[in-house]
Design a protein around this ligand. Structure first.
Ligand SMILES: CC(C)(COP(=O)(O)OP(=O)(O)OC[C@H]1O[C@@H](n2cnc3c(N)ncnc32)[C@H](O)[C@@H]1OP(=O)(O)O)[C@@H](O)C(=O)NCCC(=O)NCCS
Length: 238
């Protein structure tokens, strides 16, 4: 099993996995209105890949993120869709992809994450309804499923109003990350930390972030010796 950054060659397999998970009607969901015509955030889009008996790649997991603007002013990112192949659901793969991508989002300077999903699942990563109470979606949504997460403490304080697509220029800012200078510095640190089969993964972060932020680091509770992380910066088998 490899978890790596999505590449164009994975696109068709991802669509097939999403169709299998959500059905072909998924494009009618309100979240897709926020994705339509907007580029997702390449650095945060991950795939999980297995190899079949012929050595061919099989995409068994996908997670994507999109730039959004809350109330016309607050930049954030939208998590989703996320899907795991049926035979691997419950194995920890979804959690692993979420934790990896959230850690990477921190490194890239993103300040908050919004999603539409099941609170009982996403609360374990720190998402909460309380942070989105003043927000609206551009279509029908069960608002109890609109959840937020602050990557930087206070970043969603006062964030309210309609969630929309970013302006063209803003979209690029959000996709790159406002503190993208940290990306090259923290990227290898994160990749290495995430992959380590054991050890204190909070050390690199606590040196760079406040205590409050350090508490928002998502450590990987699932230690699988046959999974490893690769994003072009670091590669290695755990
Ligand atoms: C939701 C999904 C991405 C989770 O990934 P996963 O690899 O199966 O989940 P994990 O192994 O990381 O976590 C399993 C735990 O999450 C729980 N869980 C999974 N989906 C859940 C849900 N929708 N609501 C509440 N809990 C959920 C499991 O009961 C299990 O709990 P436990 O740790 O107490 O045993 C995956 O099941 C999936 O692709 N489902 C179909 C598509 C989907 O619903 N996507 C999410 C849309 S919001």
């Amino acid at each position: 099993m490899i978890i790596t950054v999505e590449e164009p060659k994975h696109a068709a397999a991802i669509e097939a996995l999403l169709d299998a998970s959500f059905g072909p009607d998924r494009f009618a969901k309100t979240a897709y209105r926020l994705r339509d015509g907007v580029d997702s955030i390449p650095a945060l889009n991950l795939v999980a890949i297995e190899h079949d008996e012929h050595g061919r790649e099989v995409v068994v997991g996908t997670i994507r993120y999109w730039p959004i603007l809350v109330g016309g002013t607050t930049q954030s990112i939208l998590l989703g869709p996320i899907a795991v192949a049926a035979h691997l659901q419950g194995s920890g793969l979804g959690s692993k992809m979420i934790r990896m991508s959230l850690n990477k989002a921190v490194a890239l300077g993103h300040k908050s994450v919004i999603l539409v999903g099941d609170a009982p699942y996403y609360e374990r990563f720190g998402f909460s309804r309380a942070l989105t109470l003043g927000m609206e979606m551009p279509g029908p949504v069960d608002m109890s499923r609109l959840l937020g997460l602050e990557l930087v403490e206070g970043s969603l304080a006062g964030a309210a109003g309609m969630i929309g697509k970013p302006e063209q220029a803003d979209a690029q800012d959000i996709a790159i990350g406002e503190t993208s200078v940290l990306g090259p510095v923290l990227g290898p640190v994160l990749a290495t930390s995430i992959d380590m089969p054991a050890g204190d993964t909070s050390v690199p972060f606590s040196a760079l972030f406040s205590r409050a932020a350090a508490e928002r680091i998502w450590t990987d509770r699932v230690r699988r010796t046959d999974w490893f992380w690769r994003d072009g910066l670091q590669a290695g088998a755990a």
